[in-house]
Design a binder for this molecule. Structure first.
Ligand SMILES: [Zn+2]
Length: 433
Protein backbone atom coordinates (compact mmCIF):
# COMPACT_ATOMS: atom_id res chain seq x y z
CA UNK A 1 0.00 0.00 0.00
CA UNK A 2 1.24 3.46 -0.89
CA UNK A 3 2.43 6.14 1.50
CA UNK A 4 -0.35 8.56 2.43
CA UNK A 5 1.68 11.32 4.12
CA UNK A 6 0.25 14.85 3.90
CA UNK A 7 1.08 16.91 0.85
CA UNK A 8 0.29 20.43 -0.38
CA UNK A 9 -0.44 20.78 -4.09
CA UNK A 10 -0.45 24.34 -5.41
CA UNK A 11 -1.71 25.80 -8.70
CA UNK A 12 -4.88 27.07 -10.36
CA UNK A 13 -7.78 25.02 -8.97
CA UNK A 14 -11.03 24.14 -10.77
CA UNK A 15 -13.90 22.04 -9.47
CA UNK A 16 -17.57 21.84 -10.42
CA UNK A 17 -20.45 22.39 -8.00
CA UNK A 18 -23.29 21.32 -10.32
CA UNK A 19 -23.98 20.73 -14.02
CA UNK A 20 -23.51 24.03 -15.92
CA UNK A 21 -26.73 25.43 -17.38
CA UNK A 22 -24.75 26.29 -20.54
CA UNK A 23 -21.69 28.18 -21.75
CA UNK A 24 -20.72 31.02 -19.42
CA UNK A 25 -22.41 29.61 -16.30
CA UNK A 26 -19.86 30.90 -13.78
CA UNK A 27 -21.97 29.77 -10.82
CA UNK A 28 -21.52 26.10 -11.73
CA UNK A 29 -17.87 25.88 -10.66
CA UNK A 30 -15.32 27.09 -8.15
CA UNK A 31 -12.07 28.48 -9.53
CA UNK A 32 -9.11 29.66 -7.44
CA UNK A 33 -6.39 31.44 -9.37
CA UNK A 34 -3.63 30.49 -6.89
CA UNK A 35 -4.88 27.72 -4.65
CA UNK A 36 -3.65 24.92 -2.45
CA UNK A 37 -5.04 21.43 -1.91
CA UNK A 38 -3.91 19.97 1.40
CA UNK A 39 -4.12 16.18 1.58
CA UNK A 40 -4.23 13.85 4.56
CA UNK A 41 -4.57 10.06 4.60
CA UNK A 42 -5.34 10.03 0.89
CA UNK A 43 -8.20 12.49 1.13
CA UNK A 44 -8.52 16.24 0.73
CA UNK A 45 -8.14 17.89 4.12
CA UNK A 46 -8.49 21.53 3.05
CA UNK A 47 -8.83 23.62 -0.12
CA UNK A 48 -8.47 27.36 -0.52
CA UNK A 49 -6.48 30.30 -1.80
CA UNK A 50 -2.74 29.97 -1.19
CA UNK A 51 -2.64 33.15 0.93
CA UNK A 52 -5.10 31.55 3.37
CA UNK A 53 -3.84 27.98 3.40
CA UNK A 54 -0.09 28.57 3.37
CA UNK A 55 -0.02 29.25 7.10
CA UNK A 56 -1.96 26.04 7.81
CA UNK A 57 0.47 23.67 6.09
CA UNK A 58 2.06 21.47 8.79
CA UNK A 59 5.85 21.93 8.91
CA UNK A 60 7.73 19.35 6.89
CA UNK A 61 4.83 18.88 4.44
CA UNK A 62 6.10 18.77 0.84
CA UNK A 63 4.63 21.53 -1.36
CA UNK A 64 4.32 20.68 -5.03
CA UNK A 65 3.83 23.86 -7.03
CA UNK A 66 2.59 23.89 -10.62
CA UNK A 67 2.66 27.56 -11.64
CA UNK A 68 0.30 28.21 -14.56
CA UNK A 69 -1.10 24.68 -14.61
CA UNK A 70 -4.73 23.88 -13.97
CA UNK A 71 -5.51 21.38 -11.20
CA UNK A 72 -8.81 19.57 -11.65
CA UNK A 73 -10.40 16.49 -10.10
CA UNK A 74 -9.01 13.32 -11.72
CA UNK A 75 -11.02 12.17 -14.72
CA UNK A 76 -13.52 9.33 -14.44
CA UNK A 77 -14.03 6.85 -17.30
CA UNK A 78 -17.29 4.94 -16.76
CA UNK A 79 -16.96 2.42 -19.62
CA UNK A 80 -13.70 0.80 -20.70
CA UNK A 81 -12.48 -2.74 -21.45
CA UNK A 82 -9.18 -3.55 -19.78
CA UNK A 83 -8.62 -6.74 -21.88
CA UNK A 84 -8.77 -4.65 -25.07
CA UNK A 85 -5.49 -2.71 -24.78
CA UNK A 86 -4.27 -4.76 -27.75
CA UNK A 87 -7.61 -4.63 -29.58
CA UNK A 88 -7.65 -0.83 -29.89
CA UNK A 89 -7.03 0.27 -33.50
CA UNK A 90 -8.32 -2.95 -35.13
CA UNK A 91 -9.28 -2.25 -38.72
CA UNK A 92 -12.39 -2.35 -40.79
CA UNK A 93 -15.30 -3.95 -38.96
CA UNK A 94 -18.62 -3.07 -37.40
CA UNK A 95 -19.67 -4.35 -33.98
CA UNK A 96 -20.52 -8.04 -34.36
CA UNK A 97 -17.68 -8.79 -36.80
CA UNK A 98 -15.26 -6.67 -34.72
CA UNK A 99 -16.11 -8.72 -31.63
CA UNK A 100 -15.56 -12.04 -33.37
CA UNK A 101 -12.52 -11.12 -35.43
CA UNK A 102 -10.53 -9.19 -32.85
CA UNK A 103 -12.01 -8.93 -29.37
CA UNK A 104 -12.93 -12.53 -28.58
CA UNK A 105 -9.48 -13.61 -29.81
CA UNK A 106 -7.59 -11.27 -27.46
CA UNK A 107 -9.91 -11.85 -24.51
CA UNK A 108 -9.23 -15.60 -24.49
CA UNK A 109 -5.59 -14.87 -23.60
CA UNK A 110 -6.75 -13.63 -20.17
CA UNK A 111 -7.19 -17.20 -18.95
CA UNK A 112 -3.45 -16.87 -18.22
CA UNK A 113 -2.95 -15.04 -14.90
CA UNK A 114 0.49 -13.73 -15.95
CA UNK A 115 -0.97 -12.20 -19.13
CA UNK A 116 -3.80 -10.67 -17.09
CA UNK A 117 -1.40 -9.24 -14.49
CA UNK A 118 0.84 -7.70 -17.16
CA UNK A 119 -2.11 -6.10 -18.91
CA UNK A 120 -3.62 -4.83 -15.65
CA UNK A 121 -0.39 -2.95 -14.87
CA UNK A 122 -0.23 -1.51 -18.39
CA UNK A 123 -3.89 -0.48 -18.18
CA UNK A 124 -3.48 1.33 -14.85
CA UNK A 125 -0.28 3.06 -16.06
CA UNK A 126 -2.09 4.27 -19.17
CA UNK A 127 -5.10 5.57 -17.21
CA UNK A 128 -2.75 7.53 -14.93
CA UNK A 129 -0.83 8.96 -17.91
CA UNK A 130 -4.15 10.29 -19.17
CA UNK A 131 -5.27 11.75 -15.86
CA UNK A 132 -7.98 9.14 -15.30
CA UNK A 133 -8.19 8.21 -11.63
CA UNK A 134 -11.31 6.00 -11.58
CA UNK A 135 -12.64 3.71 -14.29
CA UNK A 136 -15.47 1.24 -14.67
CA UNK A 137 -13.89 -1.69 -16.46
CA UNK A 138 -15.06 -4.85 -18.15
CA UNK A 139 -12.81 -7.83 -17.50
CA UNK A 140 -13.02 -11.12 -19.44
CA UNK A 141 -15.04 -14.19 -18.48
CA UNK A 142 -12.06 -15.54 -16.53
CA UNK A 143 -12.16 -14.66 -12.80
CA UNK A 144 -8.34 -14.40 -12.87
CA UNK A 145 -8.67 -11.38 -15.15
CA UNK A 146 -10.80 -9.51 -12.58
CA UNK A 147 -8.53 -10.67 -9.76
CA UNK A 148 -5.49 -9.29 -11.60
CA UNK A 149 -7.09 -5.88 -12.15
CA UNK A 150 -8.49 -5.53 -8.62
CA UNK A 151 -5.18 -6.63 -7.05
CA UNK A 152 -3.16 -4.13 -9.09
CA UNK A 153 -5.67 -1.31 -8.45
CA UNK A 154 -5.79 -2.10 -4.72
CA UNK A 155 -1.99 -2.04 -4.55
CA UNK A 156 -2.01 1.45 -6.14
CA UNK A 157 -5.01 2.63 -4.09
CA UNK A 158 -6.92 3.39 -7.33
CA UNK A 159 -10.71 3.46 -6.94
CA UNK A 160 -11.61 0.87 -9.58
CA UNK A 161 -15.02 -0.53 -10.45
CA UNK A 162 -14.91 -3.76 -12.47
CA UNK A 163 -16.61 -7.04 -13.19
CA UNK A 164 -16.02 -10.20 -15.19
CA UNK A 165 -17.92 -10.28 -18.49
CA UNK A 166 -20.46 -13.03 -18.13
CA UNK A 167 -21.52 -14.91 -21.26
CA UNK A 168 -22.80 -18.42 -22.02
CA UNK A 169 -23.72 -18.32 -25.71
CA UNK A 170 -22.78 -16.76 -29.05
CA UNK A 171 -19.07 -16.61 -28.34
CA UNK A 172 -16.02 -18.87 -28.50
CA UNK A 173 -16.01 -21.79 -26.01
CA UNK A 174 -13.01 -20.23 -24.22
CA UNK A 175 -15.18 -17.30 -23.08
CA UNK A 176 -18.40 -19.14 -22.27
CA UNK A 177 -19.01 -20.20 -18.70
CA UNK A 178 -22.19 -22.17 -18.02
CA UNK A 179 -24.78 -20.18 -16.03
CA UNK A 180 -24.13 -21.42 -12.50
CA UNK A 181 -20.32 -21.27 -12.79
CA UNK A 182 -20.33 -17.70 -14.08
CA UNK A 183 -22.68 -16.55 -11.34
CA UNK A 184 -20.68 -18.36 -8.66
CA UNK A 185 -17.50 -16.72 -10.01
CA UNK A 186 -19.13 -13.27 -9.88
CA UNK A 187 -20.41 -13.82 -6.34
CA UNK A 188 -16.97 -14.94 -5.21
CA UNK A 189 -15.37 -11.84 -6.81
CA UNK A 190 -17.91 -9.60 -5.05
CA UNK A 191 -17.05 -11.20 -1.71
CA UNK A 192 -13.34 -10.87 -2.37
CA UNK A 193 -13.18 -7.35 -3.80
CA UNK A 194 -16.34 -5.28 -3.33
CA UNK A 195 -15.46 -2.87 -0.51
CA UNK A 196 -11.85 -4.05 -0.24
CA UNK A 197 -10.06 -0.70 0.06
CA UNK A 198 -11.35 1.42 -2.81
CA UNK A 199 -12.49 -1.50 -5.01
CA UNK A 200 -16.08 -1.94 -6.14
CA UNK A 201 -17.78 -4.61 -8.21
CA UNK A 202 -20.07 -4.27 -11.23
CA UNK A 203 -22.23 -7.20 -12.31
CA UNK A 204 -21.36 -7.50 -16.02
CA UNK A 205 -23.50 -9.28 -18.61
CA UNK A 206 -21.50 -8.58 -21.79
CA UNK A 207 -24.80 -7.90 -23.61
CA UNK A 208 -28.13 -9.64 -24.10
CA UNK A 209 -26.88 -11.59 -27.13
CA UNK A 210 -24.25 -13.51 -25.17
CA UNK A 211 -26.45 -14.69 -22.27
CA UNK A 212 -29.40 -17.07 -22.18
CA UNK A 213 -32.60 -16.00 -20.41
CA UNK A 214 -31.63 -18.24 -17.51
CA UNK A 215 -28.26 -16.53 -17.13
CA UNK A 216 -29.76 -13.03 -17.37
CA UNK A 217 -32.25 -14.01 -14.68
CA UNK A 218 -29.44 -15.19 -12.41
CA UNK A 219 -27.46 -12.01 -13.06
CA UNK A 220 -30.54 -9.92 -12.18
CA UNK A 221 -30.90 -11.89 -8.92
CA UNK A 222 -27.21 -11.35 -8.13
CA UNK A 223 -27.51 -7.60 -8.78
CA UNK A 224 -30.49 -7.50 -6.42
CA UNK A 225 -28.68 -9.53 -3.77
CA UNK A 226 -25.91 -6.92 -3.38
CA UNK A 227 -27.52 -3.49 -3.09
CA UNK A 228 -24.28 -1.51 -3.47
CA UNK A 229 -22.73 -3.24 -6.49
CA UNK A 230 -23.14 -1.60 -9.89
CA UNK A 231 -24.23 -3.17 -13.18
CA UNK A 232 -22.66 -2.54 -16.59
CA UNK A 233 -23.65 -3.77 -20.02
CA UNK A 234 -24.15 -2.67 -23.65
CA UNK A 235 -27.42 -1.45 -25.15
CA UNK A 236 -28.64 -0.33 -28.60
CA UNK A 237 -25.18 0.21 -30.08
CA UNK A 238 -25.59 -1.19 -33.57
CA UNK A 239 -28.53 -2.05 -35.84
CA UNK A 240 -27.45 -5.66 -36.53
CA UNK A 241 -27.01 -6.15 -32.80
CA UNK A 242 -30.56 -4.90 -32.18
CA UNK A 243 -31.93 -7.23 -34.88
CA UNK A 244 -30.11 -10.17 -33.24
CA UNK A 245 -31.61 -9.28 -29.84
CA UNK A 246 -35.10 -9.16 -31.39
CA UNK A 247 -34.57 -12.64 -32.81
CA UNK A 248 -33.28 -14.08 -29.52
CA UNK A 249 -35.98 -12.40 -27.38
CA UNK A 250 -39.03 -12.26 -29.70
CA UNK A 251 -41.52 -11.70 -26.88
CA UNK A 252 -39.86 -8.57 -25.48
CA UNK A 253 -41.01 -5.17 -26.71
CA UNK A 254 -37.46 -3.87 -27.09
CA UNK A 255 -33.78 -4.43 -26.29
CA UNK A 256 -34.10 -2.26 -23.19
CA UNK A 257 -37.18 -4.23 -22.15
CA UNK A 258 -35.06 -7.41 -22.09
CA UNK A 259 -32.77 -5.95 -19.43
CA UNK A 260 -35.78 -4.52 -17.58
CA UNK A 261 -37.48 -7.94 -17.46
CA UNK A 262 -34.46 -9.42 -15.68
CA UNK A 263 -34.11 -6.60 -13.13
CA UNK A 264 -30.95 -5.18 -14.66
CA UNK A 265 -32.07 -1.54 -14.93
CA UNK A 266 -31.83 0.96 -12.06
CA UNK A 267 -29.86 3.87 -10.63
CA UNK A 268 -26.68 1.74 -10.42
CA UNK A 269 -26.99 0.49 -14.03
CA UNK A 270 -24.55 1.77 -16.65
CA UNK A 271 -25.86 1.17 -20.15
CA UNK A 272 -23.10 1.55 -22.75
CA UNK A 273 -23.93 3.39 -26.02
CA UNK A 274 -27.75 3.83 -26.13
CA UNK A 275 -27.62 5.16 -29.69
CA UNK A 276 -30.71 3.69 -31.34
CA UNK A 277 -33.23 3.94 -28.48
CA UNK A 278 -36.93 4.10 -29.30
CA UNK A 279 -39.25 6.30 -27.21
CA UNK A 280 -40.51 3.53 -24.89
CA UNK A 281 -36.87 2.57 -24.22
CA UNK A 282 -35.99 6.16 -23.33
CA UNK A 283 -38.95 6.18 -20.93
CA UNK A 284 -37.71 2.93 -19.34
CA UNK A 285 -34.22 4.36 -18.80
CA UNK A 286 -35.66 7.57 -17.35
CA UNK A 287 -38.16 5.83 -15.06
CA UNK A 288 -35.56 3.41 -13.71
CA UNK A 289 -32.92 6.20 -13.38
CA UNK A 290 -30.48 4.08 -15.39
CA UNK A 291 -27.43 5.81 -16.91
CA UNK A 292 -26.88 6.10 -20.68
CA UNK A 293 -23.12 6.04 -21.30
CA UNK A 294 -22.00 8.07 -24.33
CA UNK A 295 -18.83 6.62 -25.94
CA UNK A 296 -18.11 8.94 -28.89
CA UNK A 297 -14.72 7.72 -30.16
CA UNK A 298 -16.05 4.15 -30.20
CA UNK A 299 -19.33 5.11 -31.85
CA UNK A 300 -17.47 6.90 -34.65
CA UNK A 301 -14.72 4.27 -35.03
CA UNK A 302 -17.05 1.25 -35.18
CA UNK A 303 -19.53 3.30 -37.21
CA UNK A 304 -22.36 2.69 -34.76
CA UNK A 305 -24.14 6.04 -34.91
CA UNK A 306 -24.58 9.45 -33.28
CA UNK A 307 -25.67 9.59 -29.63
CA UNK A 308 -28.56 12.02 -29.05
CA UNK A 309 -27.21 13.87 -26.03
CA UNK A 310 -29.71 16.74 -25.98
CA UNK A 311 -32.64 14.44 -26.71
CA UNK A 312 -31.86 12.09 -23.84
CA UNK A 313 -31.08 14.96 -21.48
CA UNK A 314 -34.39 16.66 -22.31
CA UNK A 315 -36.16 13.34 -21.70
CA UNK A 316 -34.63 13.22 -18.22
CA UNK A 317 -32.19 10.35 -18.80
CA UNK A 318 -28.96 10.42 -16.77
CA UNK A 319 -25.87 10.59 -19.02
CA UNK A 320 -22.19 9.73 -18.54
CA UNK A 321 -19.25 10.08 -20.95
CA UNK A 322 -16.67 7.32 -21.53
CA UNK A 323 -13.87 6.06 -23.79
CA UNK A 324 -14.96 2.44 -24.46
CA UNK A 325 -11.37 1.45 -25.31
CA UNK A 326 -10.74 -0.82 -27.35
CA UNK A 327 -13.79 0.05 -29.52
CA UNK A 328 -12.87 3.57 -28.47
CA UNK A 329 -9.67 4.95 -29.91
CA UNK A 330 -8.17 6.97 -27.04
CA UNK A 331 -7.65 6.54 -23.30
CA UNK A 332 -7.83 10.33 -22.97
CA UNK A 333 -11.02 11.80 -21.54
CA UNK A 334 -9.95 15.08 -23.20
CA UNK A 335 -9.96 13.45 -26.65
CA UNK A 336 -13.23 11.76 -25.72
CA UNK A 337 -14.78 15.15 -24.89
CA UNK A 338 -13.50 16.49 -28.23
CA UNK A 339 -15.22 13.67 -30.12
CA UNK A 340 -18.39 14.13 -28.05
CA UNK A 341 -18.39 17.74 -29.20
CA UNK A 342 -18.08 16.66 -32.85
CA UNK A 343 -20.83 14.02 -32.60
CA UNK A 344 -23.10 16.66 -31.10
CA UNK A 345 -22.15 19.17 -33.84
CA UNK A 346 -23.29 16.60 -36.44
CA UNK A 347 -26.64 16.52 -34.65
CA UNK A 348 -26.87 20.32 -34.49
CA UNK A 349 -26.09 20.30 -30.76
CA UNK A 350 -23.31 21.85 -28.68
CA UNK A 351 -21.14 20.75 -25.81
CA UNK A 352 -19.79 23.78 -23.94
CA UNK A 353 -16.33 23.26 -22.41
CA UNK A 354 -17.75 23.81 -18.93
CA UNK A 355 -20.31 21.04 -19.47
CA UNK A 356 -17.63 18.69 -20.82
CA UNK A 357 -15.29 19.21 -17.87
CA UNK A 358 -18.15 18.87 -15.41
CA UNK A 359 -19.19 15.65 -17.14
CA UNK A 360 -15.77 13.95 -17.04
CA UNK A 361 -15.31 14.81 -13.34
CA UNK A 362 -18.31 15.55 -11.09
CA UNK A 363 -20.93 14.40 -13.60
CA UNK A 364 -19.45 10.94 -14.11
CA UNK A 365 -18.97 10.59 -10.33
CA UNK A 366 -22.67 11.35 -9.87
CA UNK A 367 -23.54 8.77 -12.53
CA UNK A 368 -21.67 6.19 -10.45
CA UNK A 369 -23.35 7.29 -7.22
CA UNK A 370 -19.98 8.54 -5.93
CA UNK A 371 -20.57 12.30 -5.87
CA UNK A 372 -18.58 13.91 -3.07
CA UNK A 373 -16.20 10.96 -2.85
CA UNK A 374 -14.50 11.47 -6.22
CA UNK A 375 -14.82 13.99 -9.07
CA UNK A 376 -14.53 17.10 -6.90
CA UNK A 377 -11.83 19.09 -5.11
CA UNK A 378 -13.50 19.42 -1.72
CA UNK A 379 -12.68 18.42 1.85
CA UNK A 380 -13.46 14.76 2.48
CA UNK A 381 -13.15 13.68 -1.15
CA UNK A 382 -10.29 11.41 -2.22
CA UNK A 383 -7.28 13.46 -3.36
CA UNK A 384 -7.55 12.13 -6.93
CA UNK A 385 -6.33 15.02 -9.09
CA UNK A 386 -5.04 15.82 -12.56
CA UNK A 387 -2.62 18.65 -13.30
CA UNK A 388 -3.30 20.00 -16.79
CA UNK A 389 -1.15 22.09 -19.12
CA UNK A 390 -3.03 23.89 -21.90
CA UNK A 391 0.33 24.85 -23.46
CA UNK A 392 1.62 21.29 -23.73
CA UNK A 393 2.41 21.43 -27.46
CA UNK A 394 3.63 24.27 -29.68
CA UNK A 395 0.26 24.39 -31.45
CA UNK A 396 -1.60 24.57 -28.12
CA UNK A 397 0.74 27.24 -26.72
CA UNK A 398 0.31 29.28 -29.90
CA UNK A 399 -3.47 29.03 -29.66
CA UNK A 400 -3.40 29.83 -25.93
CA UNK A 401 -1.56 33.11 -26.61
CA UNK A 402 -4.91 34.60 -27.63
CA UNK A 403 -7.19 32.71 -25.19
CA UNK A 404 -9.16 35.25 -23.19
CA UNK A 405 -10.62 33.27 -20.29
CA UNK A 406 -10.89 29.97 -18.43
CA UNK A 407 -13.64 28.65 -20.69
CA UNK A 408 -11.51 29.16 -23.79
CA UNK A 409 -8.58 27.45 -22.08
CA UNK A 410 -10.81 24.46 -21.27
CA UNK A 411 -12.00 24.31 -24.86
CA UNK A 412 -8.39 24.33 -26.13
CA UNK A 413 -7.60 21.53 -23.65
CA UNK A 414 -10.51 19.36 -24.76
CA UNK A 415 -10.07 20.04 -28.48
CA UNK A 416 -6.27 19.78 -28.76
CA UNK A 417 -5.23 18.09 -25.51
CA UNK A 418 -4.44 14.47 -24.68
CA UNK A 419 -1.92 12.65 -22.46
CA UNK A 420 0.69 15.29 -23.38
CA UNK A 421 -1.40 17.84 -21.45
CA UNK A 422 -1.23 15.81 -18.23
CA UNK A 423 1.68 17.07 -16.10
CA UNK A 424 0.84 14.93 -13.08
CA UNK A 425 -1.88 12.65 -11.77
CA UNK A 426 -2.47 12.17 -8.05
CA UNK A 427 -4.11 9.00 -6.79
CA UNK A 428 -5.30 9.43 -3.19
CA UNK A 429 -2.78 12.24 -2.72
CA UNK A 430 0.19 10.36 -4.18
CA UNK A 431 1.83 11.26 -7.53
CA UNK A 432 1.24 8.47 -10.05
CA UNK A 433 3.66 9.67 -12.74
ZN1 LIG B 1 -17.95 -1.48 -24.44
Amino acid sequence: MTNLNPRAIRGRLLTFLRAPAGAGDAQSYRYIDDGIVLTKDGRIDAVGPAYELEIRIPSGTPVEHFPGALIAPGFIDPHIHYPQTQVIASYGAQLLEWLEKYTFVEEQKFADPAHAARNAEFFLDELARNGTTTAVAYCTAHPVSADALFAAAHERNVGMIAGNSVMNRNGPPGLLAPGRTAIADSRELIRRWHGTGRQRYAVTPRFAITSTEEQLEELGALFKEFPTVLMQTHLDENLDEIAAVQKLFPDDASYTAVYHRFGLLGPRSLMGHCIHLKDPEIALLRDTRSVAVFCPTSNLFIGSGLFDYDGLKAAGVRIALATDVGGGTSYSMLRTAAEAYKVMQLRGQNLPALAAFDLITRGNAAALGLEGEIGVIAPGAFADLVVLDARATPAMAHRMDVARNLEEELFVLMTMGDDRSVRQTYIAGVPAL
